[in-house]
Design a protein around this ligand. Structure first.
Ligand SMILES: [Zn+2]
Length: 562
């Protein structure tokens, strides 16, 4: 896209500068020829306060001062083959504080000091213009991705305030917050990924990119691989990309899961066979350990005939008890994440820093075991199309909003009175609302739907819910399985996220998202299953109008359209 092609919609859209003073010289064509990274193709950088010191409404090239270490950090990204773009709000243009010519002179000076950027994306508007590009709106991120020949989900954005991170999330990109003294504490609390300075952000981007690539190229394909993910539906869904990576290097994949994850396991591409068995050291409400039952499990696992086992866990779970059973079953090569000393239980002992998104954490274990996603796959959650149930008739056209108030863990559920007000506000704003929930949540779904919407409580299994979610314009949901179902269907999420676990690890992965709720509430990082704070304050303060605004941000129209 060149400047001379953008006049008709310039009023509402970002101005695209291919590079400072070289408008149009760097089309997307030669960029698409570069090899793709596994996780990211491009890094988008906010300008003021991130790349250079913030001088309000600066039109003077002499005042450009890069942040410490910026040049070397950017050169590390360039050397790694990542494309770079600047995404910047410059409302000083709308307000007449400087001219376009002055701004281009500033950008030329930035490139003189920091090297070349593949694109410059500028929002020239101020808040009154109600454009779709001024951050926190996602327009600049989408425009940058297009200009760089990739998609927003393959971009990571580095910024210094909440608007930057919100714009990244709303586009389905990843955001890294590098706080400055002006960054508000609530913006720091809400960010899923923070770094101390720009060089540290860059180092972690490169580390994560490298971590999902096997150090040694995969040997000959494994005949049968056993993959393990116990626990609930959401846990199984976020492990999907890693299981597909293993499947790409194995002729047959057998998945061991628990009863609460079985329905999700049925939806995963790449799984040839499922073994369902509860593991008493993983389950949240375990029965006693039955020696006979364990002996039966060893026999069953031995009968799989796997040459390799990859045991996926959350950071608070131990892979070692199962590793012992797998050893007793005669499985030769076992890989798992373990901070605890594994002795001879593991052949591949992998370790991951805290804060990494669960799908990437699992992909990095798959990589340590020698597997990576094939070139034609993406590190996103996916569902088997043939396993998703057809949507029941009578729900009208696609584009409705699914409101899912419940959660298996009550600390992560939306308080019913809040969900009720949300249903009313969405209906008043012209949205068609479907209220979903399990059989044991029918009281709540009936009460919520009475305020506006169709009550589908107890009427769907997970495959049925997947069919309904797949045709939604967006899903409004807490941190629970259906949020990951929406991500796997590529449907935007308004995430009512109780901060009991880190958003950066458990937030909806690589799908347009708006995060709501108090990220600094006292339940933060407690991993509590039921809310330890009277009044459930992290979510009870959500204003229904915020949900209506979030849907507008995600371009989900009232009255049906996406
Ligand atoms: Zn704009």
């Amino acid at each position: 896209m060149r400047q001379d092609q953008e006049e008709p919609y310039q009023r509402r859209s970002a101005r695209v500068y291919a590079a400072a003073d070289r408008a149009g010289s760097a089309g997307s064509r030669h960029l698409t020829a570069r090899p793709r990274g596994v996780l990211y193709d491009a890094v988008l950088l906010d300008r003021d306060g991130t790349l250079i010191e913030d001088v309000p409404y600066n039109g003077d090239p002499e005042k450009v001062r890069p942040v410490p270490g910026a040049r070397a950090a950017l050169d590390r990204l360039r050397a790694a083959g990542l494309r770079l773009a600047v995404v910047t709000n410059q409302s000083g243009l709308a307000r007449g504080y400087f001219t376009g010519e002055q701004m281009r002179a500033v950008h030329a000076r930035v490139e003189e000091l920091l090297g070349r950027f593949d694109a410059w994306l500028v929002c020239p508007h101020d808040d009154e213009d109600r454009c779709d590009c001024r951050k926190p709106a996602p327009g600049l991120v989408h425009a940058a991705a297009r200009e760089l020949g990739t998609t927003a989900s393959r971009c990571v954005l580095v910024g210094d305030i909440g608007r930057d991170i919100a714009a990244a999330l709303a586009a389905g990109a990843t955001g890294v917050l590098v706080p400055t003294p002006v960054t508000r504490p609530e913006e720091v609390a809400a960010a899923g990924w923070t770094a101390g300075d720009l060089p540290a952000a860059v180092d972690e981007i490169l580390r994560r990119q490298q971590a999902v690539r096997p150090a040694t190229p995969p040997a000959e394909p494994v005949r049968t691989a056993l993959v393990v993910r116990s626990d609930s539906a959401g846990d199984v869904l976020v492990t999907g990309p890693a299981i597909r990576a293993v499947a790409a290097g194995a002729q047959r994949v057998v998945l061991l899961c628990g009863p609460r994850g079985r329905a999700a396991a049925e939806l995963l591409p790449g799984v040839d066979e499922i073994i369902e068995h509860p593991l008493p050291w993983i389950d949240s409400t375990p029965g006693p350990v039955d020696p006979e039952d364990m002996r039966g499990l060893i026999t069953r696992l031995g009968a799989v005939g796997a040459e390799q086992a990859v045991v996926f866990t959350s950071f608070h779970q131990s892979a070692l008890p199962l590793a012992l059973l797998l050893r007793m079953a005669g499985i030769g090569r076992i890989a798992a994440i373990s901070d605890d000393y594994p002795g001879s239980l593991l052949d591949v002992r992998h370790r991951v820093p805290v804060g990494v998104p669960e799908p990437e954490r699992a992909l990095s274990l798959a990589a340590a075991a020698g597997h990576r996603l094939p070139e034609d796959d993406e590190p996103v959650l996916r569902l088997r199309h043939d396993a998703v149930a057809a949507r029941p008739s009578g729900l009208g056209d696609p584009g409705y909003v699914v409101l899912h108030p419940g959660s298996a863990a009550s600390s992560r559920a939306c308080p019913p009175e809040v969900a009720t007000r949300i249903a009313g506000a969405l209906t008043a704003a012209g949205h068609r609302v479907l209220v979903t929930g399990g059989r044991d949540e029918r009281n709540v779904t009936a009460r919520v739907a009475a305020a506006g919407g169709v009550d589908l409580g107890g009427r769907t299994d997970l495959a049925g819910l997947a069919g309904i979610v797949a045709d939604a314009g967006a899903v409004v949901v807490g941190n629970t399985g259906p949020a990951h179902l929406a991500a796997a269907a590529g449907v935007p999420v308004v995430s009512l996220f109780a901060p009991t676990v880190p958003f950066g690890q458990w937030g909806p992965y690589r799908v347009p998202t708006v995060r709501l709720g108090d990220a600094a509430a006292p339940c933060r990082d407690t991993r509590a299953a039921s809310c330890p704070v009277p009044g459930h304050p992290c979510l009870s303060g959500v204003d229904p109008d915020e949900v209506v605004d979030a849907l507008r941000m995600l371009a989900v129209g009232g009255g049906g359209g996406r």
